[in-house]
Design a protein around this ligand. Structure first.
Ligand SMILES: [Ca+2]
Ligand SMILES: [Ca+2]
Length: 482
């Protein structure tokens, strides 16, 4: 964890031409599995055709258990289920992550793709790892981090495909999304010239079995039915957590509370020391009580570890919550709670040649740039609080946003951007709010202007948004204005 080192678009169609109808028709014809969408009438075709589309990419073995979910989503927006196997077979690309990304890019460019739900943990659904020149001598000063932003940032500003690999001399051809400036002070931070700005909203269900996929699907349906029917307890309640021992986030969360009101009713769980107002401290008991009563959104600031929010949430505690009909979206800016895949080359991992490494945390020493991790990690799959919250059963959370490794306090800017989007969108959806948060972060933290300094911090500011995961349906509805 690095916190201890601190004090602590879719393309717009120009007109209502028949070309768009043809494009829409092509969408349905090309689909490998498409649910029938009701025939359009004169009154609703504009709405229907302007809707961005959802593609669900899942291994074929999961398709049967996703049928109810697909039918449910098709009532909201054009929805397509495709087999990962077909995507990988039909596409060119240097590896499976790029094949998947090129598929999404083509759909975004040609067919109004707005959302992608990737169904599969790192053992099944390819993960793109980005690279930081993090100073760790045994690792030859390189570290790899999973980044689903790779699948959301499809295109450069000119609309061309962004392969996240502009710099490819020697070993760098194997290193994607390279961020430099911790070890190397003489070049750009954004070595691979990634565009960074999301073009679509991406979420992942990190599931390894059909049973887990069915759980995530069932929870999403139940959440949305309750929300849209208006009978989901606590649906408009947002809990803001400030936990002692991290940076003092209470004033920032006060601002978030003002943003979210009045659309959201606010419950503050703040530590008391040095705070003028009365608040409830963020204990495990207080949080679980809130989850049992019903809350729609929990925003956590504080230390995190793989399996816990310090002082207020553990996997074991979440497993005892009884909230299946009142599921929340959980969002933590803390470290590592969305850990789901090995962090090469520190953790044990499988490289792109299929060789297993024990990792520098277990004594391995690299004398050259480490071979990158494979897109699939079957021998060394990892887990954490975020995965557990989604897939441990019908209780827990409907979606989880968190960091897959150490985070830094600048992640609070992501949280602010997320809240602003939830507060203002006419028809808020989880993935849109996250994409908006990343764009907000990019502007607010001036990522395009960052340069290496003596401190390690600028590159960490830069890649903060790359290492956060959205475990959930990106089209998940969130409360709108009454
Ligand atoms: Ca590169
Ligand atoms: Ca995992």
């Amino acid at each position: 964890m690095r916190t201890s080192e601190l004090s602590c678009c879719a393309p717009v169609l120009a007109n209502r031409s028949s070309a768009r109808v043809v494009a829409a028709a092509a969408w349905y014809v090309l689909a490998s599995f498409v649910l029938p969408v009701p025939m359009l009438t004169a009154g609703d075709d504009e709405t229907r055709l302007l809707d961005k589309k959802l593609v669900v990419v899942a291994p074929a073995e999961f398709h049967a258990c996703l049928a109810d979910f697909l039918a449910h989503k098709a009532q909201q927006l054009p929805t397509e289920l495709v087999a990962l196997e077909d995507v990988l077979q039909d596409r060119t690309g240097v590896d499976d992550p790029e094949k998947l990304k090129r598929f999404l890019f083509q759909r975004w460019r040609d067919d109004r793709l707005g959302y992608a739900l990737l169904v599969g943990d790192v053992d099944l659904m390819p993960v793109r790892y980005m690279v930081l020149d993090r100073v760790t001598p045994a690792a030859f000063d390189y570290a790899f981090y999973p980044s689903d932003l790779y699948y959301a940032d499809l295109a450069k500003a000119d609309g061309s495909f962004d392969d996240w690999n502009a710099s490819r001399a020697g070993f760098r051809e194997q290193y994607f999304g390279e961020v430099r400036g911790e070890k190397n002070k003489d070049g750009p931070i954004n070595e691979d010239q990634v565009d960074y700005l999301p073009d679509i909203a991406v979420g992942r269900w990190p599931v390894s079995t059909a049973e887990q996929a069915a759980i995530a699907a069932r929870k999403t349906i139940r959440y949305e039915q309750g929300l849209l029917a208006g009978d989901k307890p606590g649906r408009n309640r947002a809990a803001l957590l400030a936990v002692q021992g991290w940076v003092d986030s209470r004033r920032l969360l006060d601002g978030v509370a003002r943003e979210l009101s009045p659309r959201w009713q606010i419950t503050k769980l703040y530590y008391a020391e040095g705070y003028a107002e009365q608040t409830t401290p963020p204990t495990e008991a207080a949080l679980y009580d809130l989850l049992n009563t019903g809350v729609g959104l929990v925003l956590h600031t504080g230390h995190g570890e793989t399996n816990r929010w310090d002082h207020c949430c553990t996997v074991a505690g979440l497993a005892k919550v009884n909230n299946a009909d009142r599921l929340p979206v959980l969002f933590s800016v803390g470290c590592s709670t969305a850990h789901f895949a090995p962090l090469a080359p520190y953790d044990a991992y499988t490289d792109t040649d299929g060789a297993a490494h024990r990792g520098t945390d277990h004594g391995e020493v690299f004398s050259a740039p480490p071979p990158p991790p494979a897109a699939y990690q079957r021998q060394f799959n990892r887990t954490g609080l975020g995965e557990a919250a989604l897939r441990l059963g019908d209780n827990g959370a409907v979606a989880y946003i968190g960091c897959n490794t150490g985070s830094q306090p600048c992640a609070q800017t992501l949280l602010v951007g997320f809240a602003k989007a939830l507060a203002t969108a006419d028809k808020p959806r989880l993935g849109d709010a996250w994409a908006s948060a990343v764009r907000y972060y990019h502007a607010e933290e001036r990522l395009a202007d960052l340069r290496p300094q003596a401190s390690w911090y600028p590159p960490s500011i830069f890649f903060q948004g790359m290492k956060f995961m959205v475990f959930g349906d990106p089209t998940l509805r969130m409360p709108a204005a009454d």
